[in-house]
Ligand binder design. Structure first.
Ligand code: ZN
Length: 202
């Protein structure tokens, strides 16, 4: 599956001159919600991700996503895996399981995001599941920003990656973009002006 082409066709992978939430500049930007705008496309991506997880032999009872970004990806992945879908959400800064959702003792939970940057929100969701007695068996995302190392690829994760090294992380593709400080940005040097797309790209 050519995930990059799917993202481009969906308008989820922008090319230009962008200011990232970090303040750095890049010639590419991932607007990950756009790729899920078409439910059939979302289903196709989640089915491919589910195939990887099934092939690994990982047992999953439930998929849990951190709201808001992960909810659609998590729901589609749960559908493809044939398991339950729940989500945690932020209430006064803290992630919580609300809305009558429950986690059973020892329940095998896979944390799912639309995109993993450093995995901060995914780890917060994992803490909630553990605090309720569930077992976090792994992590999944449609796209990986290249800080963490996904199953099937070589090399060490970057120090920024917050996901645990003893749990598998499944993703469809790596989206590693060149980033520049504004002073060193080659596009700025050519006289181009950077724009700020959407909101935070995590
Ligand atoms: Zn620039």
């Amino acid at each position: 599956m050519d995930v990059e082409t799917i993202y481009k066709e969906a308008g989820a992978l922008l090319e230009g001159h962008f200011i990232l939430s970090s303040g750095n500049h890049s010639n590419r930007y991932l607007q990950s919600a756009k790729v899920l705008e078409d439910p059939r496309r979302a289903e196709k991506l989640a089915t491919e991700l589910a195939k990887q997880i099934d092939q690994s032999g990982l047992e999953v009872d439930t998929v849990c996503a951190p709201a808001l970004g992960g909810v659609l990806a998590g729901y589609e992945l749960a559908r493809a895996l044939g398991v339950r879908s729940i989500f945690v959400e932020r209430k006064g800064g803290e992630m919580e399981l609300r809305r009558g959702f429950e986690v059973l003792p020892g329940e095998k939970v896979l944390i799912c995001e639309d995109i993993i940057t450093t995995g901060g929100s995914a780890m917060e969701a994992a803490q909630v599941i553990k605090s309720l007695g569930g077992e976090v068996v792994g992590f999944a995302a449609l796209a990986n920003r290249g800080f963490c190392r996904r199953v099937g690829t070589e090399g060490e994760p970057r120090p920024e990656c917050k996901l645990p090294s003893d749990k598998p992380f499944f993703a469809l593709a790596d989206f590693e973009f060149a980033m520049y400080s504004p002073e060193e940005c080659p596009m700025c040097k050519k006289g181009s002006t950077a724009i700020k797309p959407g909101s935070r790209g995590n």
